[in-house]
Design a protein around this ligand. Structure first.
Ligand code: PEP
Ligand code: MN
Length: 357
């Protein structure tokens, strides 16, 4: 076990802690944990973590195996920042990624991109390789749709991400995207994670609807192990036997993860709710819980879309939501991330990384 000490645990407090541990028959060594100090309990003990957490100077108790893993090594006070194009997530920046479920015509996508940018989005989303529950459903527009999305992104001035579902898409489409989404159903597709990680671009890893937090973090561990630490975790709801929502949004996972790992935590209220009327409330709950970003499906004419029409947020609702979110962030001393990608600045650029939000 590792006892993570309070920041203000001075030499006197640390001395008293060592005495308290010896009185309990335990030996312990002090270690540096980034900018923090920890005490590793080296002798075997039956004492539960809860008891040790009550000792003076101890902020919380970490199981020893947590330390070894790359994902826990990302933990730092204030959280780390991941940049998608020039949009920033984490480190006090909260960003909105919004757009249609699936990329349709160039005109329709451009209209959506402009309206989400105007509402406050820092990045565009849209699927071209769709994962559908039924093989008979529309499967997405493929590479041609991705090229449309790239053109729209550069014209409108919004970096974008899209889902990859097959490791072979990295070679044919990797250059075009600013970031890659790994969808819930592919969270444990480890060859896909490893191949996408090698692109060196930001990866938004969605939580599988049946995955525990540790399974989700170990999936992120695959990406980190492949040498890519630009990971955005995205909670999108877990399976429930109840029928009032499509999936149950796990809001509690946001503060939980933010106190344990340094990766930004995003929330997708759209796929959780499955109903646009619930999306704004869930998005506000996510921001209140400390989310570093929101992933929201929005569409100017939801009735005309081929995918997930029931959850697409109409423009007026997205604008109202973002006005509210801005005020919530200001109360907390946090900031809304901007796209930092100037419209039509560089139509040939594939990875606008230079500017900051
Ligand atoms: C999506 O974002 O379009 C999507 C299919 O999400 P999920 O993988 O969470 O179901
Ligand atoms: Mn969708």
């Amino acid at each position: 076990m590792i006892l993570l000490l309070h920041r203000d645990a001075d030499a006197a407090v640390r001395g008293r802690l060592q005495s308290a541990l010896s009185a309990l028959g335990l030996s312990a060594d002090e270690v540096r944990l980034g900018e923090r100090t920890g005490v590793v309990v080296t002798s075997a003990t039956d004492l539960p973590a809860d008891s040790l957490a009550r000792l003076e100077g101890v902020e919380r108790v970490l199981p020893l195996e947590e330390r070894g893993s790359l994902v826990h090594d990302t933990w730092c006070e204030g959280g780390r920042t991941v940049a998608l194009g020039g949009a920033r997530f984490g480190g006090g920046f909260t960003g909105l990624i919004a757009g249609p479920c699936t990329v349709e015509s160039e005109e329709a996508l451009e209209q959506t991109a402009r309206l989400v940018k105007e509402a406050g989005a820092c990045a565009l989303r849209g699927g071209v390789f769709k994962v559908r529950t039924s093989p008979h459903s529309y499967q997405g527009g493929g590479l041609e749709a991705l090229q449309r999305m790239h053109r729209v992104s550069r014209r409108v001035g919004l970096p974008f991400l899209t889902e990859f579902t097959d490791p072979r898409q990295v070679a044919v489409a990797g250059e075009l995207v600013d970031g890659v989404q790994i969808g819930a159903r592919h969270m444990q597709n480890f060859p896909l994670l490893t191949e996408v990680a090698a692109l060196g671009k930001p990866i938004m890893l969605k939580r599988h609807m049946g995955a525990g937090v540790d399974e989700w973090l170990l999936a992120a561990e695959y990406i980190l192990k492949a040498g890519n630490d630009q990971v955005l975790l995205c909670e999108r709801g877990v399976r429930t036997s109840d029928r009032h929502v499509r999936f149950l949004l796990d809001v509690s996972v946001v503060p939980y993860l933010k106190s344990r790992v340094g990766l930004p935590v995003l929330v997708d209220p759209s796929h959780a709710a499955g109903d646009w009327r619930l999306v704004s409330s869930l998005a506000k709950a996510a921001v209140a819980a400390g989310a570093d970003g929101l992933l929201i499906e929005a569409h100017p004419a939801p009735e005309s879309t081929r995918c997930d029409a029931s959850q697409a947020l109409p423009p007026a609702d997205l604008r109202a939501l973002m006005n509210h979110v801005r005020q919530m962030l200001a109360l907390d001393g946090r900031r809304l991330s901007g796209p930092a990608l100037s419209a039509a600045a560089d139509e040939s650029s594939t990875s606008p990384r230079a500017a900051s939000a």
